[in-house]
Ligand binder design. Structure first.
Ligand code: PHE
Ligand code: NA
Length: 454
């Protein structure tokens, strides 16, 4: 325990935490979720979820990791011998996500290469599904590996596991110190170009125009909480793991605010960039913004290639910058997810980091090959749906209820955080974690089970 790995600098930790947070969720998930759930009005439930659940849980996880100095299972075990399972639950969710997150990064690598000559052609949808993913309805073929996906996938795992093998300071910290500033610069270039395209104003209008009726609907609040949890990488055991490598003297409350607001700032930037580009494309094709909006795989790999096709100049360069941003954002998140199970396994079984990386990363990379087969997209959709519906917010709910009500640890954790932080936690923190968040999440889960199972 004395020679536990440590971050070299405060900035290193913040960049790693922000690197985990900023990911595909910011670039392709947030803009579409906001648009579908009230546009400008979505910011009300979104900010509410950020301030009452996102940042308070981030502070909670940073404090747990810092105080108990262990991966999530070990930290919960040290909090209470009966609670180790809570850490494993987050680890397992993180593990599942890592298997398909890696595949999407592999696609983005291929597409940053295709971007140079726009080799996706004019029918970008047919290109993605037929030419690139080689999706087939023939069940006899769904198991065959698609080399175009498989090769970049190997690269993704070599980079990720290589970074983890190099350790916390020399690997994770160093990688994020390169990836995150680069990502911000690349992304700023794209966003500045996007907002100056013709039609951008209509896109932004569509994005920001508030539909206030929407915020009385429960599903909009579910969407806001889901976005905050996924986007901040909370309730995945990740932030506990990362903060367990903090030095004794660390302003964790402040770090949590920086991470939370940094992630949201990037999310807003992505929304502005994506909707400017959508407005441009709608104008070029004589459609309304609403007709071209999409999110997820469709936005990044079908619509964005079309936007790049329409670009007035430097198509290859901007296409490359966009997909390279996806790769950098994705890799820094994948590194954090993988570190979570590597740390968990290595501490549980008392094996070295190297062994844990090879075993954990090995299993995860082998499973991920399933998604690089001709039926891969179907598995990927299923895994993503399952995780989002039943994984994230549910773990978050159980986590706050256990800490606040079963173990009644909030006071101890509060004084731990206050002892080392400039900002002193007041009643708001305990009120958010003890009352507001359990009530809102509890209601959400009840509603979910009602609509899904009854
Ligand atoms: N926070 C990341 C994003 O916004 C996704 C992620 C989820 C990363 C879970 C790690 C763990 O894309
Ligand atoms: Na995010």
């Amino acid at each position: 325990m004395e020679n536990r790995a440590q971050w070299g600098t405060r900035a290193g930790f913040i960049l790693a935490a922000v690197g985990s947070a900023i990911g595909l969720g910011n670039i392709w998930r947030f803009p579409a979720v906001a648009y579908d759930n009230g546009g400008g009005a979505f910011f009300i439930p979104y900010l509410f979820a950020l301030l009452t659940a996102g940042i308070p849980i981030l502070i909670l996880e940073f404090t747990i990791g810092h105080k108990f100095r262990g991966s999530a299972p070990l930290s919960f075990f040290r909090m209470n011998k009966k609670m180790e399972w809570l850490g494993w639950w987050g680890v397992i969710v993180a593990f599942v996500i890592s298997t398909y997150y890696a595949v999407i990064i592999a696609w983005a690598i291929s597409y940053s290469y295709f971007a140079f000559n726009q080799s996706w052609g004019s029918d970008t949808e047919a290109f993605l599904f037929n030419d690139y993913l080689k999706l087939t309805v023939d069940p006899g073929q769904t198991g065959s590996i698609v080399p175009g996906v498989f090769l970049p996938l190997i690269a993704v795992w070599i980079i990720t596991l290589g970074v983890l093998l190099a350790g916390v300071k020399k690997g994770i910290e160093r990688a994020n110190k390169i990836f995150i500033p680069t990502l911000v610069v690349l992304f700023l270039i794209i966003v500045i170009r996007a907002v100056t395209l013709p039609g951008a104003a209509e896109g932004l209008n569509a994005f920001f125009t508030p539909n206030f009726d929407s915020i009385t609907s429960g599903s909009v609040w579910v969407a806001a909480y889901g976005q905050i949890f996924f986007s901040l990488s909370i309730a995945f055991a990740i932030m506990i793991t990362y903060s367990s490598y903090l030095p004794k003297k660390s302003d964790i409350t402040n770090n949590a605010f920086i991470t939370g607001f940094g992630n949201s700032a990037f999310e807003l930037l992505a929304g502005i960039g994506v909707f400017s580009a959508l407005g441009f494309m709608a104008q070029q094709q004589g459609l309304t913004v609403g007709e071209v909006v999409s999110g997820g795989v469709g936005l990044a790999f079908v619509v964005f290639p079309q936007i790049i096709n329409e670009f007035p100049a430097l198509n290859g360069l901007f296409g490359f910058l966009f997909f390279a941003s996806l790769v950098l954002a994705g890799l820094s998140s994948l590194i954090s997810i993988s570190e979570t199970y590597v740390a968990g396994v290595s501490e549980k079984f008392g094996i070295s980091r190297t062994k844990a990386v090879l075993i954990g990363g090995g299993v995860s990379s082998i499973i991920s090959i399933l998604f690089a087969t001709q039926g891969g997209l179907f598995f990927l959709d299923a895994a993503d749906y399952f995780i989002n519906q039943f994984g994230i917010a549910f773990v978050g709910l159980v986590e706050v209820v256990v800490v606040a009500w079963v173990l009644r640890e909030l006071n101890t954790l509060e004084s731990h955080a206050n002892g080392i932080s400039d900002i002193s936690l007041k009643y708001w923190w305990k009120a958010c974690l003890g009352v507001i968040t359990p009530l809102v999440l509890g209601y959400m889960m009840f509603d979910l089970f009602k609509t899904n199972l009854l």
